[in-house]
Design a binder for this molecule. Structure first.
Ligand SMILES: Nc1ncnc2c1ncn2[C@@H]1O[C@H](COP(=O)(O)OP(=O)(O)OP(=O)(O)O)[C@@H](O)[C@H]1O
Length: 269
């Protein structure tokens, strides 16, 4: 596997209207890497994912995927770009009126002209990958929350994506389902060699499975490192964040208005 960056933010700034959300962000995600993005509520984590998928364009700087600037892609290029991408969102619900089989088959039918037999083989393979072979005839209403999330994961990987974007994949799951999904995310990332970006509030579970973590605060990268570096960090900011303490430099209730990185000497940490 090549060890070069597949996703790269080069001095990216983005705002909704006049409100600057991300400011001069630079980061790199290597091929095959699983990276977590963490930060307080409203810090711009989902915005960062939208920049990668091309739903929004950077106002300054570049978002490069496989060397190509997502912000400069035309409609046709964006369509191709998204075809290489799998997404699992907290509210990425299944189509409730379609059985599991058709839910997983949906992107395959939409984006390829494979024969029904091939579609069937692929669907069964993906269901097997998430440990839910045998559920193809069930309707979404017949699934538990954890199973539904795994079926959504099977659908997200149906086309063997090169990039996976996860937005709060653990939210609303019981501890066992959460551990199962986390393990699957890790296993699939390794098996498929995808570059994966995961926005999450679940610090402890994420640190068990990711290769690298970026913390966002005040529109900037407040800290970054491998899980071991993060755990060993003596930064009060990181310490407060990973221990979920209410008091400290992080304001959980409101989006930070100015760079905490600067205030705590964490710039480029
Ligand atoms: N389409 C939009 N128009 C205007 N403001 C928006 C839009 N989408 C998000 N915002 C604002 O931008 C800020 C960053 O939003 P974003 O969803 O990226 O944060 P987040 O870090 O993912 O938050 P959370 O953890 O709460 O989901 C928030 O203050 C949000 O209210």
């Amino acid at each position: 596997m090549q060890n070069d960056s597949f996703i790269e933010f080069k001095r990216v700034s983005f705002g909704y209207g006049d409100r600057l959300i991300l400011q001069d962000i630079s980061l790199k995600i290597d091929r095959g890497q699983l990276v977590a993005i963490m930060g307080g509520s409203g810090s711009g984590k989902t915005t960062l994912l939208r920049l990668i998928s091309g739903q929004i364009r950077a106002q300054e700087g570049q978002v490069l995927v496989d060397g190509r600037d997502v912000g400069r892609m035309n409609q046709r290029e964006l369509y191709q770009h998204r075809r290489r991408m799998g997404m699992l969102f907290q509210f990425g619900a299944l189509f409730t009126d379609l059985p599991v089989f058709d839910n997983v088959a949906f992107p395959i039918r939409e984006h390829t002209s494979l024969s029904p037999q091939m579609v069937r083989d692929l669907v069964l393979m993906k269901l097997h990958a998430v440990g839910l072979r045998g559920t193809e005839a069930l309707m979404p209403a017949e699934l538990s929350g954890g199973m539904a999330r795994r079926i959504a994961l099977a659908r997200a990987i149906a086309l063997d994506p090169q990039i996976m974007l996860y937005d709060e994949p653990f939210t609303g799951l019981d501890p066992i389902s959460l551990a199962t999904i986390a393990l699957l995310i890790k296993k699939l990332s390794d098996a498929l060699g995808t570059s994966a970006v995961m926005v999450t509030h679940d610090v402890h579970k994420s640190l068990e499975i990711v290769d690298y973590v970026y913390f966002i605060a005040g529109g900037k990268i407040a800290a970054a490192g491998t899980p071991d570096e993060v755990r060993a960090s003596d930064s009060p900011w990181v310490h407060q964040f990973i221990h979920g303490e209410a008091d400290g430099p992080v304001h959980f209730a409101y989006p930070a208005q100015q760079s905490l990185a600067g205030s705590f000497g964490l710039e480029g940490a």
